[in-house]
Write a protein that binds this ligand. Structure first.
Ligand code: ZN
Ligand code: ZN
Ligand code: ZN
Length: 77
């Protein structure tokens, strides 16, 4: 089912953290209300019992990057 992806980059060399813009991850599950393959004929109340009505809790990614953050790079530290 569809969900948001939330990415927070952590830059090792300066320790700063940056949140990236949330990204919508689409699925093609017909049992997902937000999916493009969800049948238009599937409507409540049936839909509420067979299909996902909510997006899943966001995936969290916390990659560590072996460099300075962009701001610190600009300051030439
Ligand atoms: Zn979905
Ligand atoms: Zn449905
Ligand atoms: Zn920094």
């Amino acid at each position: 089912m569809c969900h948001w992806r939330r990415v927070r980059n952590t830059y090792r060399l300066c320790g700063h953290m940056y949140d990236l813009a949330d990204e919508m991850i689409q699925c093609d599950d017909r049992h997902c209300k937000f999916s493009s393959t969800h049948p238009s004929t599937c409507v409540p109340p049936a839909c509420t019992t067979t299909c996902w009505q909510y997006r899943q809790f966001p995936d969290q990614y916390n990659p560590f990057i072996d460099s300075l953050c962009p701001a610190c790079t600009q300051q030439g530290r």
